[in-house]
Design a protein around this ligand. Structure first.
Ligand code: ZN
Length: 133
């Protein structure tokens, strides 16, 4: 039976799928950056670079490009997780949020090399908030 604390951790998140035992989820704050990127591509970038197309093309290309961008963020986090798992750590979850992705560690980072971008050792989770835009 899930405890109250565990149930509370899932508030504000949507679980998407699992990859190799790692749960991939999105925080509600992610929708803000999703809309901003989608809008800037569909209203700014694509009309400027590919003029004289219809709005459906711009928004369709914007949705595809935005989803591919966030897929690349998930791959980035999975790469961190692979290194961490090879170092003997467990990664139960990757969460996308407004500033990027977070790979959660289930225990202390024993090896600083396993922490994303040389992040300081920390109990509970390692945040990978490096801007990827
Ligand atoms: Zn990273």
């Amino acid at each position: 039976m899930p405890s109250y604390a565990n149930a509370r951790k899932d508030v504000g998140k949507i679980n998407l799928f699992r990859v190799g035992g790692i749960r991939i989820s999105i925080d509600f704050s992610w929708f803000v950056i999703f809309v901003l990127i989608l809008w800037s591509l569909s209203v700014g970038y694509f009309p400027r670079e590919f003029p004289a197309q219809n709005a459906y093309s711009y928004w369709g290309a914007g949705i595809v490009a935005t989803l591919l961008f966030f897929l690349s963020v998930i791959f980035h986090e999975l790469a961190h997780s692979l290194i961490a798992i090879r170092s003997g750590l467990q990664i139960p979850e990757i969460t996308l949020f407004i500033f990027g992705g977070i790979s959660k560690l289930s225990e202390d980072a024993k090896d600083a090399a396993a922490a994303p971008h040389g992040a300081a050792k920390r109990r509970g989770s390692v945040e990978d908030t490096s801007p990827t835009l």
